[in-house]
Design a protein around this ligand. Structure first.
Ligand SMILES: *[C@@H]1O[C@H](CO)[C@@H](O)[C@H](O)[C@H]1NC(C)=O
Length: 137
């Protein structure tokens, strides 16, 4: 019985792990087409961005934050007046349950930082980390 419970837990953990890996892979895919433009525009370091993302995180330097602003701009998540387009953000929250999407949206889309780079980074990181929490709960 004990062994059975252990095996079930191990399987659940594995599938959680796979869900997180898939989430992060989807982020990497989303970033791929805009990466070279946005690295150039922001002056961010590619390895720093990618290594952090693989750990489910964002780097904290300002250039990296501006990389995420560029990313938001490319996907129209922030407009030319640096206004976050909160409704569009919902489309990019990659968890299966709609209630979870709403919760994450409510928690993250209204965050604001010291400038457009900081704001984009805060929202993007919040969505990433809250999604990981949902997928591993
Ligand atoms: C940016 O978005 C805000 C609010 O969503 C809107 O009021 C503003 O007109 C938009 N600016 C541009 C340049 O599209």
């Amino acid at each position: 019985m004990f062994a059975f419970v252990f095996i079930v837990c191990a399987l659940v953990q594995l599938s959680n792990q796979e869900a997180v890996e898939e989430l992060i892979n989807n982020y990497l895919k989303l970033i791929a087409p805009i990466k070279s433009d946005c690295l150039k525009e922001s002056g961010a370091d590619e390895d720093t961005i990618v290594e952090a993302l693989k750990m489910g995180d964002h780097p904290t330097d300002h250039n990296s934050k501006c990389f995420y602003k560029c990313f938001f701009r490319k996907y129209n998540l922030i407009n030319d007046s640096d206004e976050i387009q909160e409704e569009i953000i919902k489309k990019y929250i990659g968890v299966p349950d709609k209630n979870d999407v709403d919760e994450i949206h409510k928690k993250c889309a209204s965050l604001r930082g010291s400038d457009a780079c900081d704001t984009s980074d805060k929202i993007c990181k919040c969505v990433l980390q809250e999604s990981i929490i949902v997928l591993t709960k």
